[in-house]
Design a protein. Structure first.
Length: 227
């Protein structure tokens, strides 16, 4: 399936492969499985992000994600310099809030216009294990109440979607056919594609990347999300 070429106003940037959870519904979990063995680095360097920002050019929205982005070794430096790295004024953080269990780190959230925090509930942990993150979730929620200009997006997670062995046959999800994802100097057609064996079907990030979007293939036949 080919990427649908249309006006692109946002790009997802996973800055790290590392995560403190191994959720089976997440394409970016750290456990090396069938789909991500070709990943070469654990995190995107600051130098690479600066390079990518110049080539991406002006863009309406950038989503900083992972893995767990707050585990990046230079997350603080990246957050404090987003506007210097990217030609963008609207940044979204997609996180489980791990770093913000330390209240002194909460001001880093002020670098973002939108903050998406996944809350792993008691019900979720009983089913799938792991640790409840209610404390850091509440710290973020209470902190952002002071800043109504920041759009807080709470996501209370109760269950995983089904994990399916490849190849998965079904209709494409369609959710991100308008939002490429950047990883390791390539643009991919969705938030899953960059971590699949099919990832080579992305396109190199160049100054004229918008003219080559239709060359991207979507690996829907290898997707592991139930839809």
């Amino acid at each position: 399936m080919k990427f649908i070429k249309r006006y692109i106003n946002r790009i997802q940037v996973p800055i790290t492969r590392i995560c403190n959870r191994q959720c089976p519904h997440c394409c970016a979990r750290e456990t090396l499985t069938w789909y991500n063995k070709s990943i070469t680095e654990k995190e995107v360097t600051l130098e690479e992000l600066i390079w990518a920002g110049k080539l991406i050019g002006k863009i309406d929205q950038i989503e900083i994600t992972g893995g767990e982005p707050t585990l990046h070794s230079k997350f603080e430096e990246i957050s404090n310099n987003l506007s210097n790295i990217f030609q963008c004024n609207d940044f979204m953080l997609v996180s489980n809030g791990w770093l913000f269990k330390d209240p002194y780190k909460l001001p880093l959230l002020l670098n973002y216009q939108r903050v998406w925090i996944t809350h792993y509930t008691e019900e979720f942990v009983k089913k799938y294990g792991g640790v409840i993150n209610t404390r850091e979730f509440n710290l973020v929620a209470n902190f952002l109440k002071q800043y109504p200009n920041i759009h807080f997006i709470p996501v209370h997670t109760f269950e995983h979607k089904a994990f399916l062995d490849p190849p998965y046959k079904g209709n494409p999800c369609g959710h991100h056919l308008y939002m490429p994802a950047y990883y390791e100097k390539y643009l991919y057609g969705c938030c899953v594609a960059w971590s699949l064996p099919y990832r080579g079907k992305g396109i190199p990030l160049t100054e004229d990347w918008r003219d080559h979007l239709e060359e991207i293939d979507i690996p829907c036949d290898q997707c592991f999300l139930s839809i």
